[in-house]
Design a protein around this ligand. Structure first.
Ligand code: CO
Length: 295
């Protein structure tokens, strides 16, 4: 006999707080606002969104990373990134940059506009010890390479990482399978639902998962009843269930859904360096100061 499918309820809410990063970019940080506010393997989630150039124009001048991955997803506006390898890329609406810092990257992310709306997300995903010192790599993923699945009950889902099955169609994101597969096996969805529409997504048991509504409203449905999730907050789901079921509120919903295999190793973070031990952090700082971070 098979056990019934268990819906995952909300285990805790991580609210976002106003923060500033780079050379003074205003943003909202939920995951990563404190060391206790991580969801292994997710370290940080920043949402930036403003019509005021003063909030973004200073951008993110050259800075280092070591030991994890950064995923930037643009909704509105344009950023240009450059790195120490000479890569230059444009990140525009609907595009993603998936960067694995590995043992070291130095890059900048600067606005390529002086007015207008700038909106998007930056997510940090940890790497296991065995991959922290691999060579850096990144992929610019243009909007056309991110498949969109239309939901039978209305709405759509953009599949950035992982794969989903919708209406007997298997939809794979660009970060999935073969070379693009990550050891954390991430699922990264951008969900848009009309008012009252329902969305159900299977999630592997034991994988960490959270839902981050950024427009409209949503309630997570379980046998115990609905649990409303505040906007611009991460609703961390219980791990011992098989499926997320949620329903959009009267103004519809736009939300990110992230899930991944936890790494289960110690995390020691110092700013843009995320390692397993203090000694490794000290080495990262020394390597950066000596110009060896990317060597
Ligand atoms: Co960066």
């Amino acid at each position: 006999m098979r056990a019934a499918v268990a819906e995952r309820g909300v285990a805790r809410i991580i609210p976002s707080v106003a923060a500033s990063d780079g050379a003074g970019v205003k943003l909202r940080r939920s995951l990563g606002s404190a060391p206790t506010q991580r969801v292994d393997p997710f370290l940080m989630l920043d949402e930036f969104g403003t019509d005021n150039p003063d909030d973004y124009i200073a951008g993110f001048p050259p800075h280092p990373h070591r030991g994890f991955e950064t995923v930037t997803y643009m909704i509105d506006g344009h950023m240009q990134h450059r790195d120490h390898l000479g890569n230059v890329g444009d990140l525009g609406p609907g595009g993603v940059q998936w960067m694995s810092a590995g043992h070291g990257v130095i890059h900048s992310e600067m606005p390529r506009q002086s007015e207008g709306r700038m909106r998007g997300f930056q997510l940090w995903i940890n790497l296991p010890a065995a991959e922290k010192m691999q060579p850096a790599s990144y992929r610019d993923i243009p909007p056309a390479d991110i498949p969109t699945a239309t939901l039978p009950g209305g709405g759509r889902v953009r599949v950035i990482a992982g794969a989903i099955d919708v209406a007997e169609r298997h939809v794979e994101g660009p970060i999935n399978g073969h070379a693009a597969k990550r050891s954390t096996d991430p699922l990264y969805l951008d969900i848009e639902l009309p008012p009252g529409a329902e969305f159900t997504q299977p999630l592997p048991r034991g994988h960490a998962a959270f839902l981050y509504p950024y427009e409209g409203e949503v309630a997570v449905q379980t046998a115990a009843g609905p649990q409303a999730v505040p906007r611009q907050a991460a609703a961390v789901l219980e791990t011992d269930g098989d499926v997320l079921r949620c329903i959009a509120g009267p103004r519809g919903l736009r939300a990110l859904l992230l899930a991944a295999q936890p790494i289960g190793e110690p995390v020691v973070q110092y700013g843009p360096f995320v390692m397993n031990t203090r000694e490794e952090i000290e080495r990262a700082i020394a390597d950066y100061q000596a110009g060896r971070l990317t060597a």
